[in-house]
Ligand binder design. Structure first.
Ligand code: GTP
Ligand code: SPV
Ligand code: MN
Length: 596
């Protein structure tokens, strides 16, 4: 083992963790093609992966997780700072001492009979000053194969690590995959992550939410940048100019879909083209030119399968035709895959996500339909497979951001789009945002919860300080991006979506860019600037007359109700909440009172 690295720090840590977990052997991941093939072969033998039809889906595999290991478990996720106050009222907290002690009991001997893999990985292009290096130790080959897609991993990173001698220590073991012995622990003060008892995505691929958001957000505040749950996309205008935007929506609320949308028929004549930079995480900093620049630290997509089809997301359908790991979807008799909302009809029969024979229309004992794919089933695919992947993905400098968009699922409240009056008001809009719960996390579906900046489950420190940091970042920019709020999910009386969404969302982005470039005026409202209906180009879109007005409506009664929820939420931060947010709250309250 000694020959693998000259970093004493890394060697000592690996030795120490191996002593705790007692693996049968240690393998250092170098990132080569041969190594990946070998791992795939071993996974096929152990049943961790099922090979899919290699003619139709070359390089693709299926994985099934344990039945109760299908989504992030936020109630088992902790921020472990010495002071409880530093984790803030929205995070689960444990003292580092207690957390290490508890987890040690589960990690002890957990890798017996297994190999421990050492994965050196870089979030962001290797060697870029904006990238961060981590090393994940794991006993899951599935995790290794996913990390090879989601991050830049292997020897090149190890060499870089040796230069910097600085990395996030990420320890992972699936242990018994027992939800009662599962902990996802973050130690920002030690630059360390310990995750045990889960093999699922966000719990186990530690470069993603754990490092790139929870640990990174903590570092970002100290180093004065932003680590956000945002997609990054470029919108190329007919003249060839590309405007980049970043957008934060909570999990399973449409980031991946927006990041690679196809312009709708009616707007095609305008010649827009979309470039995908990232679909989940953005790291943003103020450059010497006084504007905000963003990189996507990831190298792959870990996307939601249900609902993905050639109509909703043709770019993704193309992306996942090869080199893709599918998790918890239906296996068809021909060795291909299916999920609710996939292309084509459901197969007459197949194997469901739990490995049981499955037929469409099956119902359980209570008469509820049995889904073939888990609602949070996913695919892991490299960005380079995506036809709309931006040529900037590999550039360490990233892209300049013109607009920041926040959004969520709100059946009734939020209009299709509105613009914040200024940066401070935008921070208030984002801090007060809420969304209906989806299948991406354990819990009651549909329940509205506050999810500031779509970061509630991902902020590695006290969110009151996070809001303050956002306010401060605005002051550091010569021309801060404009801030918007969108809602693709407003419904009519019968519960049907009013807005067609997906590619059609470009119509809203067009308005947003027009606002950034001072091309259109807007209507004032208590919550922000609303579009004139005539400024949203609906060419080629058949909407029932009056729909756009319904989509843009700001209803006083609903908002009067909403601000009660905002107040309640803000109050949990007590005196820590920045004064500016209370000022914005009061102004909104006053504007609403006099609004007809
Ligand atoms: P995470 O990967 O969990 O962070 O999710 P995400 O924000 O990337 O969400 P994604 O794009 O995967 O979409 C999640 C679900 O929302 C899918 O089932 C989509 O079909 C659906 N969805 C996405 N965009 C739209 C839209 O514009 N309108 C409607 N009605 N549904 C959408
Ligand atoms: C999310 O839940 O926001 C995801 C999937 O993007 S996970 O990697 O599990 O966090
Ligand atoms: Mn996400």
């Amino acid at each position: 083992m000694t020959s693998h690295t000259h970093s004493k720090k890394l060697k000592d840590w690996v030795t120490k963790m191996a002593k705790l977990c007692e693996p049968d052997g240690i393998v250092w991941i170098n990132g080569s093609e041969g190594e990946r093939r070998q791992l795939e072969k071993e996974c096929l033998e152990s049943g961790e992966l099922i090979q899919l039809n290699q003619e139709k889906l070359p390089g693709c595999f299926l994985h099934r997780t344990a039945k109760d290991d299908v989504a992030r478990t936020e109630h088992l996720t902790y921020i472990c700072t010495r002071k409880k106050h530093d984790a803030g009222p929205t995070n689960n907290w444990m003292s580092p001492r207690t957390a290490y002690a508890k987890a040690k009991e589960i990690f002890r001997g957990a890798m017996r009979g297994r190999t421990m893999y050492v994965i050196p990985f870089s979030m962001g292009p290797v060697g870029s000053p904006f990238s961060k290096i981590g090393v994940e130790l794991t006993d899951s080959k599935y995790v290794v194969l996913n990390m090879l897609i989601m991050t830049r991993a292997g020897d090149a990173v190890l060499r870089q690590l040796e230069k910097e001698d600085h990395f996030t220590k990420c320890l992972h073991s699936k242990a018994e995959l027992d939800i009662n012995k599962r902990l996802i622990l973050h130690f920002p003060e030690d630059n360390t992550i310990w995750s045990v008892g889960s093999g699922y995505g966000g719990n186990a691929l530690l470069g993603k939410k754990c490092l790139s958001l929870r640990i990174a957000s903590y570092l970002a505040r100290r180093e004065r940048w932003l680590a956000e749950h945002m997609l990054i996309m470029g919108i190329e205008e007919p003249n060839g100019h590309i405007e980049y935007i970043a957008a934060a929506f909570p999990s399973a609320c449409g980031k991946t879909n927006l990041a690679m949308l196809i312009p709708p028929e009616g707007l095609k004549v305008k010649g827009y083209r979309i470039w995908t930079v990232g679909d989940d995480i953005a790291w943003m900093r103020v450059d010497s030119d006084g504007t905000l620049w963003a990189i996507n630290p990831e190298a792959g997509f870990f996307g939601v399968a249900p609902g993905t089809n050639s109509k909703s997301n043709p770019m993704m359908v193309e992306t996942i035709k090869k080199d893709t790991i599918y998790t918890n979807v239906v296996l068809k008799p021909d060795g291909t895959v299916w999920w609710e909302g996939a292309d084509g009809p459901a197969p007459a029969e197949g194997i469901d996500w739990q490995g049981r024979p499955w037929k469409p229309g099956m119902t359980d004992a209570q008469g509820n339909p049995v889904l073939g794919a888990h609602p949070n089933s996913r695919f892991t695919a490299p960005i380079r497979n995506c036809p709309s992947a931006s040529f900037r993905v590999e550039q360490h400098h990233g892209v300049p951001i013109s607009a920041i968009i926040f959004g969520g699922r709100r059946e009734h409240l939020a209009p299709l789009v509105y613009e914040a009056f200024n940066w401070q008001h935008g921070v208030f809009v984002a801090a007060a945002m809420a969304s209906e719960r989806t299948a991406a996390q354990f819990g009651k579906l549909g329940e509205v919860r506050r999810d500031p900046m779509a970061m509630l489950p991902f902020c590695g420190y006290n969110m009151a300080d996070y809001f303050r940091h956002w306010l401060a970042m605005g002051k550091r920019m010569v021309k801060p991006p404009k801030i918007f709020h969108v809602n693709w999910f407003r419904t009519d009386e019968s519960g049907k979506f009013l807005w067609p969404g997906f590619g059609e969302n470009l119509r809203v982005l067009e308005w947003i860019l027009d606002r950034c470039n001072n091309k259109v005026r807007a209507v004032g409202s208590p919550i922000g600037h609303i579009p004139f209906a005539s400024d949203i180009d609906l060419t080629g879109l058949e909407l029932v007359p009056g729909t756009l007005d319904k989509l843009l409506e700001v209803r006083k009664a609903d908002w009067m109700e909403e601000i009660k929820g905002i107040k309640q939420f803000f109050k949990i931060f007590k005196k820590d909440l920045p004064e500016e947010l209370w000022l914005e709250f009061e102004s909104l309250n006053q504007r609403l009172k006099i609004y007809e």
